[in-house]
Design a protein around this ligand. Structure first.
Ligand code: AHR
Length: 524
């Protein structure tokens, strides 16, 4: 399953300065004031709403229990999909969900998941706990969920153990309006009209669980399979190639070099945890300040990875046509005691929330190339939005960050210079502040700010080029302790509240950002 962590030699000249989207300097003024200058008069890209995307895999209790309880369940549901989870997720304006995997995608045979439920064969989920997969939740149920949430569907196709014919049939089944064997099968299964499928991936992690391929081999396989991912009338598929894990620039470069012409996007996965050892990642709720610092350091490294990936993409895609989709990201902690280790269930603390805020700020800053990102995963798995226990449901600190940051979805990106104090841990330091800004259609500016320092508040002066700040309001997510989290007994320990620690002065914003917090300001 895990993990091709080859840090390939960077075969490119790093001309980062030319592509910098937000400059961060650790160097506040003599009074320790952090300064952000926002360039409000620039005409930059729109932040793709899909950057705030999600991922649901047949893994642990993500799909089963997390979404699917079945129509006969005592848990209130609509056609088998639980209402409480859908209601909570609606508040996030979910733009897209990636499904059915992950590693599961490359052993999933979609025909097993359509038709009368009692006739659907079961299979073994070999990646995730060797449990029986009943196929009760399949294409129709997933598309029903997307329609309930009003979001796009992102389907991951099976390359590792599937055939080009199977892939072509799936796309035809879902998207062809006319008469054909697959479209007729869809109708026989109760869906007259085709669905729109905007996003389709040709494999997942094919360097690992998706077939252990070399990049040279995968690039050829990608071209072969992608040929059969057809655009039937009225549907236009964005074809996504499998990209690297984190800093594997070799994989990225080979696949781009051989197959850029056939792809519309390429993926990248980046997971963070508290050490460099996949067998000892650290616990979700039990950690010290070094555990806090280490994961934030790994999070901020993504900025550099994206800069280098963007340079490679500029080399093979000079027009900027191909999107970089960070379609798996987030924290990954050791399995909770008493839980099936193959189910990847983990608690979610204020630390996860600050990590999420930093990741989302980085994606906003790279929105020229990063046009989708999907946190792993939406319910009950890894850095989840929602945790369930039977009929109970709670939302996590990370959920609140997604809710607070949704104002950036579809807004115009505003570059900013950040000049900030260091956050010191032993001999190492990080910038204490992570931030990004955007202007929405009504002209309001939103700045999302994380104070990474768990001990010290950050004094902040925020200036604007091309904008007069007259009024500021805001919300804050923080807590007394670094590992604060919500439980089924105490579901509201970490939740956003009104933020009052700021004012406008001479068309600037002056604020005191509390330690270990995530703040979103709205400025008129
Ligand atoms: O998100 C969990 C797993 O992490 C996915 O199945 C896989 O793609 C990655 O290794």
């Amino acid at each position: 399953m895990k993990k091709n962590l080859i840090i390939a030699a960077v075969s490119i000249t790093i001309l980062i300065a030319s592509t910098v989207l937000a400059a961060v300097e650790i160097n506040s003024d003599a009074n320790g004031i952090n300064k952000i200058t926002i360039f409000a008069d620039t005409n930059r890209e729109t932040i793709s709403p899909e950057i705030y995307g999600h991922f649901a895999e047949h893994l642990g209790r993500c799909v089963y229990e997390g979404f699917w309880v079945g129509p006969n369940s005592a848990i209130p549901n609509t056609r088998g999909i639980r209402n409480d989870v859908v209601d909570a997720l609606k508040k996030l304006d979910v733009p897209v969900i990636r499904w059915p995997g992950g590693c599961f995608a490359d052993e999933y045979h979609w025909k097993d998941g359509v038709g009368p439920v009692e006739q659907r064969p079961s299979m073994i989920n070999t990646h995730w706990g060797m449990v029986t997969e009943t196929n009760r939740f399949g294409t129709h149920e997933f598309m029903d969920l997307c329609e309930m949430l009003g979001c796009q569907a992102y389907i991951s196709g099976n390359v590792g153990s599937g055939t080009p014919e199977e892939m072509q049939d799936w796309v035809e089944y879902m998207t062809f309006a006319g008469k054909s064997q697959m479209a007729d099968l869809r109708r026989a299964n109760g869906r007259e009209k085709p669905w729109k499928i905007k996003y389709f991936a040709v494999g997942n992690e094919n360097w690992g669980c998706g077939g252990n391929m070399t990049p040279e081999y995968y690039a050829d396989v990608f071209k072969r399979y992608a040929t059969y991912v057809r655009n039937y009338p009225g549907n236009n598929v964005t074809k996504i190639a499998c990209g690297p894990s984190s800093a594997d620039y070799h994989w990225l470069e080979v696949v781009l070099k051989k197959a850029a012409g056939q792809m519309d996007a390429i993926s990248l996965h980046h997971y963070v945890f508290g050490s460099s050892d996949w067998n000892n990642k650290g616990r979700a709720t039990v950690f010290d300040e070094t555990g806090w610092f280490t994961v934030l350091k790994k999070t901020l490294e993504l900025d550099d990875i994206l800069k280098k990936a963007s340079i490679l993409m500029d080399k093979y895609d000079k027009q900027g046509r191909i999107g970089l989709y960070v379609d798996e990201w987030g924290t990954w902690w050791d399995a909770e005691k008493g839980e099936n280790p193959g189910f990847l269930y983990q608690q979610n603390t204020l630390r996860d929330a600050v990590v999420a805020g930093c990741f989302l700020n980085i994606f906003n800053q790279h929105c020229d190339r990063v046009r989708m990102a999907n946190i792993a995963q939406i319910n009950n798995v890894l850095q989840a939005m929602v945790l369930t226990k039977g009929e109970k449901m709670i939302v996590t600190p990370t959920y609140h960050v997604f809710e607070m940051f949704k104002v950036h979805q579809g807004a115009r990106f505003l570059p900013c210079d950040i000049n900030c104090t260091p956050y010191q841990n032993g001999s190492e330091s990080l910038p204490a502040i992570s931030a990004s800004a955007s202007k929405d259609k009504s002209g309001k500016i939103h700045i999302s700010i994380c104070n990474l320092n768990p001990e010290s508040p950050a004094e902040l002066a925020c200036a604007f080029e091309g904008f007069q700040a007259k009024k500021v309001t805001g919300r804050i997510l923080t807590a007394e302790v670094m590992n604060a989290h919500n439980t089924f007994e105490k579901p509201d320990v970490v939740r956003p509240v009104e933020f009052k620690g700021m004012k406008t002065e001479d068309s600037k914003i002056l604020a005191t950002i509390p330690p270990k917090s995530v703040v979103v300001l709205e400025i008129e």
